[in-house]
Design a protein. Structure first.
Length: 376
C-alpha cells in the first residue's frame, strides 16, 4: 500500500512539473530586470497611445506646451520687449504709458521691461541717463533690481539655498528697497505700482506684520482690488514665508468677500488652500480639496469667472487653478471646460510648482479628457 502511495505521489509530482514548465514556456524568458523593462515599455506604449488620442481631439502635445507663459503673449508686448532688447527705450516707455491708469496692466508692462533689464540693462541705463527723473524709468529700475535679487536666491526651498545666496539676496534686496522708495517719490500719487514693487522686497527681507500692513495700505488706498497685489500679499501671509495657514486663509477670504462678481478675487481662497495642501505633506490633494468649504470656494470661483469680461486677461490665472481643483474633485467635465481655455500654456499655478509642469498638466488634462470622451 505504501508503495502505491509513493508511486502516486511521483506521478502527481511529474504532472505538476510538466504543468509548471508548460506555463513557463508561455511567458517571456529573462531576468527580473528584463521583465521590469518589458513592463515599463508596455506602460510607455500605452501612455503614448492615450496621449496621441487626446492630441487627436485638438489638445496640445506635451512637448509643445509653453512653460513660460500662462496664456498667449500679446503682440504689443512681444514688440516692446524686442525693441528694448535692441536698445530702443522710448518704445518701452510708450508701451508702459499706453496702459494709462489700468494699474494691473501697468504692473504687467513694467514687469515685462524689468525682466529684460535684469538680464541686460543697457536700454535702461540710456533711458535713465537721458531722463533721470522719469517715474516709469525709476519704476522699471526698481523692479529690475528685485528681479536680480530673486534670480540670485533661486526658487529652491530655504534648506536648498546656500548661506552665500542668502547673504547676497539680502544685500541686493536692500538696494532694491532704496530704488523702490526712490520710484515712489517720483510716482504719480495715484499709482499703486511703485508700492507693489516693494511687496517681494518685504517678503524677502521679512517685514514685520505691522510694517507690511502699512505697505498694503499704501497700495489699497490707490487701488483696493488690484489682483496681482492681492496674490503677492497672499504669499507674504503664507506659512512658508511670513505668516501661517490661518493668516493666509483669513486674508484670502476677506479679499474675496470684498470683490464684486467678475473681479476675480475668488482666486485668493483657492491659492490659500493650494498652498496649505502643498506645504502639508500629509494632506492628500484628492481628499483635502474635497472638503465642503473648498467645494464651495470652487463653486464661488466658477460664478465669479462667469461674471468676468470675456477679454479679461486676468481670468486665465483662475482657470488654471480651477482646472486642477476640479480634477481633484472628480468634476472632470467642468475641468475639461477650463482645460480648453488654457491649453497650450503651463506657466502658471499649479503646474509650475511641479518638477515637471508639463507632466503635471498632461496627467490632469488627459485623465479628464478620457473620462468625458466615450470610447477613448
Amino acid at each position: 500500500m505504501l508503495g502505491l502511495i509513493i508511486f502516486g505521489l511521483l506521478l502527481l509530482g511529474g504532472a505538476a512539473y510538466r504543468f509548471i514548465t508548460a506555463r513557463t514556456k508561455t511567458r517571456p524568458a529573462g531576468t527580473g530586470a528584463e521583465k521590469a523593462a518589458a513592463t515599463d515599455a508596455e506602460k510607455a506604449e500605452k501612455k503614448a497611445r492615450e496621449a496621441a488620442a487626446v492630441v487627436a481631439l485638438g489638445f496640445v502635445a506635451e512637448a509643445d506646451l509653453d512653460t513660460e507663459n500662462a496664456q498667449p503673449v500679446p503682440p504689443e508686448r512681444t514688440a516692446a520687449v524686442a525693441a528694448v532688447r535692441a536698445g530702443d527705450w522710448a518704445a518701452g516707455a510708450a508701451y508702459v504709458a499706453a496702459a494709462g491708469s489700468d494699474w494691473e496692466e501697468r504692473w504687467q508692462r513694467v514687469r515685462a521691461l524689468a525682466e529684460v533689464a535684469a538680464e541686460d540693462d543697457a536700454f535702461l541705463l540710456a533711458w535713465r541717463a537721458e531722463h533721470p527723473s522719469d517715474p516709469t524709468a525709476a519704476l522699471v529700475d526698481a523692479d529690475a533690481a528685485v528681479n536680480v535679487a530673486w534670480n540670485v536666491r533661486g526658487s529652491q526651498a530655504g534648506s536648498r539655498t546656500t548661506q552665500e545666496q542668502f547673504r547676497l539676496f539680502r544685500e541686493l534686496l536692500l538696494r532694491a528697497q532704496e530704488s523702490a522708495h526712490a520710484a515712489q517719490r517720483l510716482a504719480d500719487p495715484a499709482d499703486p505700482v511703485p508700492y507693489m514693487v516693494e511687496q517681494p522686497i518685504a517678503q524677502g527681507l521679512g517685514y514685520p506684520h505691522e510694517q507690511y500692513e502699512e505697505l498694503w495700505a499704501q497700495i489699497t488706498r490707490r487701488d483696493p482690488k488690484i489682483l496681482s497685489a492681492h496674490t503677492t500679499a497672499l504669499q507674504y501671509w503664507c506659512r512658508k514665508w511670513r505668516g501661517s495657514h490661518e493668516l493666509a486663509l483669513a486674508f484670502a477670504r476677506t479679499s474675496a468677500a470684498a470683490g464684486a462678481p467678475g473681479e476675480l478675487l475668488s482666486l485668493l481662497p483657492l491659492i490659500a488652500y493650494f498652498e496649505q495642501q502643498t506645504y502639508e505633506k500629509d494632506l492628500k490633494a484628492d481628499v483635502f480639496l474635497k472638503e465642503p468649504e473648498i467645494l464651495a470656494a470652487v463653486d464661488a470661483a466658477l460664478a465669479d469667472l462667469a461674471a468676468a469680461s470675456a477679454d479679461d486677461r486676468r481670468a486665465v490665472r483662475l482657470r488654471h487653478l480651477l482646472a486642477w481643483m476640479l480634477w481633484m474633485q472628480d468634476r472632470d467635465e467642468e475641468a475639461v471646460a477650463q482645460f480648453r481655455h488654457i491649453d497650450g500654456y503651463v506657466g502658471a499655478l499649479p503646474w509650475n510648482y511641479a518638477a515637471s509642469p508639463r507632466n503635471r498638466y498632461v496627467t490632469a488634462r488627459d485623465w479628464c479628457v478620457r473620462e468625458v470622451t466615450p470610447g477613448l
